[in-house]
Structure formats: C-alpha cells, structure tokens
Design a protein. Structure first.
Ligand SMILES: CC(C)(COP(=O)(O)OP(=O)(O)OC[C@H]1O[C@@H](n2cnc3c(N)ncnc32)[C@H](O)[C@@H]1OP(=O)(O)O)[C@@H](O)C(=O)NCCC(=O)NCCS
Length: 186
C-alpha cells in the first residue's frame, strides 16, 4: 500500500476547500467508523446550525466534492486554576476565560487512508477562525475540546500532538471525555 500524502496548512488548498455545511452540500457517504459522528453530520448538524447551538464546517475535496472531514464549532468558557492562568500569563482575578470549542471533529476513514495531516489541518483552520473572531468580533483566548476517549483513547495523543493541554478542572466527571485547551496566543 502506498504511503498517504501529507496534508499541511500550506498545501491543503490544492486538494480541498472549506465551507459551511448547508442543505445543498450534506453528503450521505461520510464514514469515520464512529457511528455517532456519522449520524451527527447526517441528522443533527444542520438543525444545530438553525437552532444556533453549533456551526459545522466541512472540508470538501476539489475533485469529486466528497466531504473529507468536518468540525462543529461553538462558543465556550473554561475555568482555570491559579497556576494554569500563570502558565498563560493571565493575571486576572476571575477564573473563567472565554474560548471557542471544537464540539465535534471527524475525518473520513477513506480520506485518512489517502492523506495524513487532515485532522491537524482542521485544528489549524479552527485556530484561524478563532483568531479572526478575536480580530473582528469577540474575544476567545483558547481553543477547547472535550477529547472523546470513550470511543478511542488515542484521540488524547492526537490533541496533545496538535498542542492541547489537559485542563485541571474536569467538567466531565464520568471521564468519557477529557477537557483540553490550546492557547491561541502563546
Ligand atoms: C482524531 C482524528 C480527527 C485525527 O485525524 P487525522 O487526520 O487522522 O490526524 P492527523 O493525520 O493530523 O494526525 C496527527 C498525529 O496524531 C496521530 N493520531 C491521529 N489520530 C490518532 C488516534 N486516533 N490515535 C492515536 N494517534 C492518532 C497521528 O498518528 C499523527 O501522529 P504523528 O504526527 O506522530 O504522525 C480522526 O482520527 C478521526 O476523525 N477520528 C474519529 C472521530 C474522533 O474520534 N474525533 C475526535 C473526537 S474528540
């Protein structure tokens, strides 16, 4: 089997483009082997957009138009301990810091076979969107995620490799997910 092409933020535009999910571009063929994530894209993503609870971005291939990956973004806020705030040079009396959350992220299994780096490039795209919000609309210091270790413990390592740190304050006490943050301005 040939080794997958490496996708980076510099070359991703040659293969793919990003757009918001719309009724015209929902694609039934998306499969990432975790049924919950396939179902979300097919059944819930558009409704969540209409209800203003999550906005889904899809990465589509230039040849053929298939959805290679998607992410759902929402506004967020995280509570940081004194030492965590110190780590990020945040000298403020309040615990809660504004953030933007990647509520869902999935890469199609077919595209993962052909390309590596798509997931990392999606994180980079979320990073760019959050920075653009900071420049023009509202403040968000961190990118956050609840790493879904219930389905795959490896996602913790994926997020660590893309620069996320585990939060000391655990929001999800049942440990099906691990709350993580990435400083957009470190
Ligand atoms: C997690 C996911 C988004 C990663 O996407 P991807 O395109 O495979 O990621 P990348 O190719 O950018 O991988 C970056 C690095 O993370 C590692 N990595 C990626 N997914 C991993 C996993 N599931 N387990 C362990 N390591 C993983 C890669 O090996 C690579 O390491 P390297 O730089 O040392 O070579 C993808 O596997 C996926 O869609 N999984 C199913 C849905 C899911 O679990 N989403 C996350 C929910 S919070």
């Amino acid at each position: 089997m040939s080794s997958p092409n490496q996708i980076t933020p510099a070359n991703i535009g040659a293969y793919f483009f990003m757009e918001k999910l719309s009724p015209q571009n929902v694609n039934e063929g998306f499969c990432c082997f975790i049924e919950e994530y396939n179902e979300y894209l097919l059944r819930d993503a558009l409704r969540s957009h209409t209800d203003h609870v999550a906005l889904t971005w899809v990465l589509r291939e230039r040849d053929g138009g298939k959805i290679a990956a998607y992410m759902a973004l929402i506004a967020d806020a995280i509570k940081l301990s004194f030492s965590e705030k110190e780590l990020h040079n945040l000298d403020y009396p309040f615990k809660t810091i504004p953030a933007m959350k990647i509520a869902k992220l999935a890469v199609s299994a077919v595209f993962r076979e052909k390309f590596s780096g798509i997931g990392t490039s999606m994180i980079f795209a979320a990073h760019c969107i959050a920075r653009s919000c900071n420049d023009h609309y509202f403040a968000a210091r961190f990118l956050t995620v609840d790493a879904d270790i219930e389905h795959d413990e490896g996602v913790l390592s994926f997020y660590q490799k893309t620069g996320f740190l585990q939060n000391a304050e655990l929001y999800n006490k049942n440990r099906k997910t691990i709350s993580m943050r990435l400083d957009l301005y470190s």
